[in-house]
Design a protein around this ligand. Structure first.
Ligand code: DOR
Length: 445
């Protein structure tokens, strides 16, 4: 007797906990029901994945989708369309929207908007402020909450917790792993005069490696004092990577495709203020140590830090030009190109984009191709050669710092809970995103 599934993905090369090998996948009711040789099975829908690699759904644990408050830059709909076109199945979105995501009401509003208009699954970080510390234990466990985000240095928006006493209060209050933008605010203020009008390259001199290192050292010290787990976002400097390699008991580490791919001064020469972000892009010597950390397993996850601004805003004269660049749609092609160039294995890519987020954030039933897990898959063509262009970008901002880059390796399909959401550059069906669930908050949503 043959088995029956809603969906069978046949003939693909799977990359999962078992290694890399040819296996079919059977899906029932949005979940993985069987992995193996399923040629005899009957199915409502069959996807032929011959010649393709089937990865666990890629989770981008750092994006800014700007809704509510700055919908002229991005919306949850545009941002999530951009995600699924790029092969991403779930995103964790940042709290520096307007209003800030610092209350149960603001989080609930975002979750409702996400359910209505997002094409991928989602969770939203809650921003810590000096005023909401006492509410954080409740806020970090609400349905759809990705946990707490702390800005230790100012960036876009005005979320900031930079004094040691308040940071200690935050760490003492929360129990989930929190995410940190780690740059030392006092040093940033002290060095503001180093910014040169009209010269975005001075951004990297202003927000120097020391500003990042001092802040990260302080964060790790406080995390050890409080027995907390901290996630240090977008590591940009070699010094931090070496330091964090000694503190993996408390610290998980994110790297971004742009810090791993673009270097200064070339990026400023080619892109001007489009290359301006916080923490800034650095030179090749730093980048080399970021790759060392990636190779040594110090880096836990890749996040795109998708932070769109309009071309008009980016055309303002530095330092009026805002910091941040889009990236959710280009994370996979840019990184698969690095895989093809031999800089990391495909297994390590999966470790960084699925297993890593599952492990450090305690995601329930996502991040692995295993029976009982959500049927989320990123299907990629490792041989496809293509040039990344602005006109492929679905983000409302309509541009990418990687325009003109020829890559090998491309997202072919995005499957979320058994639904084919993207196939060959086309979005299929309506928005159907749902909140990601977390082990430490099961039973609340
Ligand atoms: O460059 C950045 N832009 N870094 C951040 O931390 C925030 C982001 C934004 O929201 O624009």
């Amino acid at each position: 007797m043959s088995e029956t599934f809603d969906l069978v993905i046949k003939g693909g090369t799977l990359v999962n906990h078992d290694g890399i090998g040819k296996r079919d996948i059977g899906v029932r009711a949005g979940r993985i029901a069987a992995i193996g040789a399923l040629a005899a099975a009957s199915a409502g829908e069959v996807i032929d994945a011959s010649g393709l690699h089937v990865l666990p759904g890629v989770i981008d644990s750092q994006v800014h989708f700007r809704e509510p408050g700055a919908e002229h830059k991005e919306t949850l709909s545009h941002g999530s369309r951009s995600a699924v076109l790029g092969g991403v199945t779930a995103v964790f979105e940042m709290p520096n929207t307007n209003p800030l995501t610092t209350s149960a009401e603001a989080l609930g509003d975002k979750v409702a908007r996400g359910r209505k208009g997002m094409f991928c699954d989602f969770a939203f970080y809650v921003g810590a402020t000096r005023e909401n510390v006492d509410e954080l234990p409740e806020l970090e466990r609400l349905p759809g909450s990705a946990g707490v985000k702390v800005f230790m240095g100012s960036s876009t928006g005005n979320l900031l917790v930079d004094d040691e006493e308040s940071l200690s209060r935050v760490l003492a209050a929360i129990s989930r792993r929190a995410a940190f933008h780690s740059e030392d605010e006092a040093r940033l203020i002290e060095r503001q005069g180093l910014r040169r009008e009209g010269d975005p390259a001075s951004h990297t001199q202003w927000r120097d490696p020391q500003a990042a290192l001092i802040s990260t050292q302080r964060l790790v010290r406080l995390a050890k004092e409080h027995g907390s787990r901290v996630h240090v976002l977008h590591i940009s400097t070699g010094e931090e990577m070496e330091f964090l390699s000694q503190h993996k008991d408390v610290a998980s580490v994110e790297a971004t495709p742009q810090h791993l791919t673009l270097t200064v001064p070339q990026a400023y020469e080619a892109l001007g203020a489009k290359a301006q972000m916080n923490p800034p892009l650095r030179d090749a010597a730093h980048q080399k140590i970021l790759w060392w950390g990636l190779g040594q397993g110090v880096v836990d996850v890749l996040g795109s830090d998708h932070a769109p601004h309009t071309l008009e805003e980016k055309a303002l004269e530095y330092p009026a030009s805002p910091s941040g660049m889009p990236g959710v749609q280009t994370l996979i092609p840019v990184m698969l190109d690095h895989v093809n160039a031999g800089r990391l294995s495909l297994e390590r890519f999966v470790d960084l984009t699925s297993h890593g987020p599952q492990r450090i954030f305690g995601i329930a039933c996502k991040g692995r191709i295993a029976a009982g897990y959500d049927a989320d898959f990123t299907i990629v063509d490792m041989a496809q050669k293509r040039t990344i262009e602005d006109d492929w970008i679905a983000s409302k901002c309509g541009w990418t710092p990687f325009a003109g880059r020829r890559v090998t390796g491309w997202p072919k399909g995005t499957i979320i809970r058994g639904r084919r959401v993207m196939w060959e550059d086309e979005i299929l069906g309506e928005a159907g995103g749902e909140p990601v669930r977390f082990l430490e908050a099961l039973g609340v949503g």
